[in-house]
Design a protein around this ligand. Structure first.
Ligand code: TMP
Length: 224
C-alpha cells in the first residue's frame, strides 16, 4: 500500500510544482491526499525554516543545522504525517529523510551512518514508499531558484517565505556544494532503485507530471 510519497531534488528542480500537480490530479480522481513539506510543515517547523534559510550574517554550525532539520522532521512526523497515515490519508511530502542524507551527508560531509540513525529517530521509522528524485544540472536548478527568489522578493505581499527566499542560505553555497548534493541524491537512487525514481527535471513540467502520474497510477492500480 502506498502511504507516503516524497519529492526530492536540488534547489530549483521543480519538485514543489510536481507535488502540487499530483495532489490536484489525485484530488480530481477522488483520492484525497495531504501535501506537506520539510522544513516548515508545522507552525514550529515554519519558525525553524525561517531560522535555517534566512541568509543572515550569523554562521550556523553544521551540527546545529542538522539538529534543526531533525527537530523540524520530528515535529512534522508527530503532528502531521503520523496522524494522516493513521487515518489512511496518502501523504505527499516535499523533501524528507533523503534530503538530510544528500545535503548534510554528501553536501556537508556528515557521516552517513550516523545520519541514517538520526533520521530513524526523527522520522519514527517512517520511510517513503515512492520517492521522485527530480534531477537536473546544478546550473539550471540554481538559475530557476534565483529567478523564483527575485520574483518573490519583488512582490510586496509578504509571505512567510519572503525573508528566507530572497536568495536563501543554500542558494548562496558554492556550485561544488550543490554538485555534491546532486551526486549524493543519484547515489542514493542507485542503492534503492525500487523506491527512488530518477526523473529528468530539465523536461517540460507537463511531461514530468505525466510520467509521475503514470507511475503512481500503476502502483495504485496494483494495490501497492
Ligand atoms: P526547499 O526550498 O526545497 O523547501 O528546501 C529548503 C532547503 O533546505 C533546501 O536548500 C534543502 C535544505 N534541506 C536540508 O539541507 N536538509 C534537510 O533535511 C531538508 C529537509 C532540507
Amino acid at each position: 500500500m502506498i502511504r507516503l510519497i516524497s519529492f526530492e531534488g536540488g534547489d530549483g528542480s521543480g519538485k514543489s510544482t510536481q507535488l502540487r500537480l499530483l495532489e490536484q490530479y489525485l484530488a480530481g480522481r477522488g483520492r484525497g491526499c495531504l501535501g506537506t513539506r520539510e522544513p516548515g510543515g508545522t507552525n514550529l517547523g515554519k519558525m525553524i525554516r525561517r531560522v535555517l534559510l534566512q541568509a543572515g550574517t550569523e554562521e550556523i554550525s553544521s551540527p546545529t543545522e542538522l539538529f534543526l532539520y531533525l527537530a523540524d522532521r520530528a515535529q512534522h512526523v508527530h503532528e502531521v504525517i503520523r496522524p494522516a497515515l493513521a487515518s489512511g490519508t496518502l501523504v505527499l511530502c516535499d523533501r524528507f529523510t533523503d534530503s538530510t542524507l544528500a545535503y548534510q551527508g554528501y553536501g556537508r560531509g556528515v557521516d552517513l551512518g550516523m545520519l541514517r540513525r538520526l533520521n530513524e529517530v526523527a522520522s519514527g521509522g517512517i520511510t517513503p514508499d515512492i520517492t521522485f528524485l527530480l534531477d537536473c544540472p546544478v546550473e539550471l536548478g540554481l538559475s530557476r531558484a534565483e529567478e523564483r527568489s527575485s520574483i518573490i522578493h519583488s512582490q510586496s505581499s509578504a509571505t512567510e517565505d519572503r525573508a528566507s527566499r530572497a536568495e536563501d542560505r543554500f542558494e548562496r553555497e558554492e556550485v561544488e556544494f550543490h554538485e555534491r548534493v546532486r551526486k549524493g541524491f543519484l547515489e542514493l537512487a542507485r542503492t534503492e532503485p525500487g523506491r527512488i525514481h530518477v526523473l529528468d527535471a530539465s523536461r517540460a513540467v507537463r511531461d514530468l507530471h505525466e510520467e509521475i502520474r503514470k507511475i503512481v497510477d500503476e502502483k495504485l492500480a496494483n494495490g501497492e
